[in-house]
Structure formats: C-alpha cells, structure tokens
Design a protein around this ligand. Structure first.
Ligand SMILES: Nc1ncnc2c1ncn2[C@@H]1O[C@H](COP(=O)(O)OP(=O)(O)OP(=O)(O)O)[C@@H](O)[C@H]1O
Ligand SMILES: [Mg+2]
Length: 231
C-alpha cells in the first residue's frame, strides 16, 4: 500500500492503438477492500483501461502503481503473479480442458490454491470439476472465470462486464460473491448493469470517449439515476 492508503493508483494514463488514441489522462485510485466500478458507453475505453492495468497493453504515458510497485512495462504474467487478476469480457476458457484444469491454470505459477473459498462461493463448480469447460453454460463459464481468479488468492480483481448476458439469478449470485470477496480483496468492476453495480460499489467512475467524466463517491449519489447520465 502506498503512503496515502491506495492499493492501486493510475495517473495520467494515455493509451493508443496505433494512431488511434483511446484513453486520455485517465486517473483512478482504489483502496484495499474497496469496490470501484467503471461505467460508460460501448467503445468508451473501459476494457482498454483494465487491460492496461493488467499489463496486456503498454500505455504511451502515465503511471500504474500497485502496492507501491510500478506496473508499467511489466508483462501480464508478472502482474498476475503479483496478485492482480484480470477477468476478461469474452469469457474465453480452454474448451478441451476440464473445469478443474481450467481452474488450476490460473494459479499454476504459485500453486497456492484457495479451493475451499472457490467451493464456498460456487458449490456448482465442485460438481462440474471433471466436465470439459467447452460444455458449460454462460453462467457456469462466468463462475469458472471468477473462480479461477479467486483460486489464486488475489489482492486485486479486475473484472470486465461479469454479468453481461446472464440470467437474473446468476447476476444476483455474483453480486453476493463480489460483496463477500471485497472483505479481503479490492475490486475494479466494469459493468453496464447499474442496479447491480450500485448495490455493491463504494465509488463509480464514468468514462466517456476515453476520459473520466465523473467520480461518484458519495453513498447517496451511487444510484442508477445518477450513473445513467453517463451511458
Ligand atoms: N486491439 C484494438 N485495436 C484497435 N482498436 C481497438 C482495439 N481494441 C479496442 N479498440 C478500440 O478502442 C476503443 C475502446 O475500446 P474498448 O474495448 O476499450 O471499449 P469498452 O468501453 O470496453 O466498450 P464495450 O462496452 O463495448 O466493451 C473502441 O473504439 C475500439 O474500437
Ligand atoms: Mg469492453
């Protein structure tokens, strides 16, 4: 943690794909155990922001600091090894591997597995352990993605649109899981489901055309009506 109590600090982040600039001077801060959300329209740059923090994209300028360590220039593999786990938007799993094999791959380097926690959060995964991941439903796949990240005891989870396309019952289940996870782990969640995210977020950033347009941190302002203006 840095001197000002932040677990993650992003400042002046500029990101471009070739000639096309996507993020402009983006800055966010996340404290330990905080649930920080990012909302914004399609194409606003939300996924790009998460991918840059996770080490998949190198910014043209700016800083990303976690626990006082500079992350810019580190590979995604090294960032993950530091306990910063990224759950991508596309829900890609290794279809030909079993659920157990998919889960283990997420923490293969450390081999420090929190199996009990994963089974507590997602009892269904325990039943599905020997099933090939390619056969999973959308909801089961998302449980696998979140379970895989949690198995490695992360200190920070970066989650990209976890509830996209899922039924209300699994959305509600994931909401409870994130709330429970936040007792020990900080979360940055990109979400379009405003009622869900407003129920768990401590702070919301609104991203529009690559810029942070608002930072909503007062409890009584964290509500769908306020966030809607930025979508
Ligand atoms: N690999 C890439 N190469 C070139 N342009 C890209 C690439 N990935 C994203 N972009 C562009 O960058 C912009 C931001 O994309 P990004 O995926 O970060 O948005 P988003 O806010 O996550 O959108 P969505 O809500 O649709 O997931 C978009 O204009 C997109 O077309
Ligand atoms: Mg996205």
């Amino acid at each position: 943690m840095s001197a000002n109590g932040n677990l993650l600090e992003v400042t002046g982040l500029n990101v471009a794909y070739g000639e096309s600039k996507v993020l402009f001077d983006v800055g966010i801060t996340v404290k330990p155990n905080q649930v920080v959300a990012c909302v914004g329209r399609n194409g606003a740059g939300k996924s790009t922001m998460l991918k840059t923090i996770a080490g998949f994209i190198k910014p043209s300028s700016g800083t990303v600091t976690a626990d006082g360590a500079d992350l810019v220039g580190l590979t995604a593999y090294v960032v993950a090894g530091m306990g910063i786990k990224y759950i991508p938007q596309d829900k890609k799993v290794f279809s030909d591997l079993t659920v157990r094999e998919n889960l283990e791959l997420g923490s293969y380097a450390s081999k420090d597995y929190a199996w009990d926690k994963v089974y507590d959060y997602f009892p269904k995964l325990k039943i599905l352990l020997d099933r090939k991941a390619g056969y999973l439903s959308g909801g089961e796949r998302q449980m696998l993605m979140v379970g895989r990240a949690l198995l490695g005891k992360p200190k920070l989870l970066l989650v990209d649109e976890p509830t996209e396309g899922l039924a209300p019952s699994i959305v509600s289940h994931l909401k409870d899981v994130f709330r429970e996870v936040s007792k020990t782990t900080a979360l940055v969640i990109v979400e379009q489901n405003l009622p869900m995210i407003c129920a768990i977020a401590d702070k919301i950033y609104a991203l529009s055309e690559g810029r942070i347009m608002a930072e909503i941190a007062e409890r009584d302002q964290i509500k769908p009506e306020v966030c809607e203006k930025y979508l």
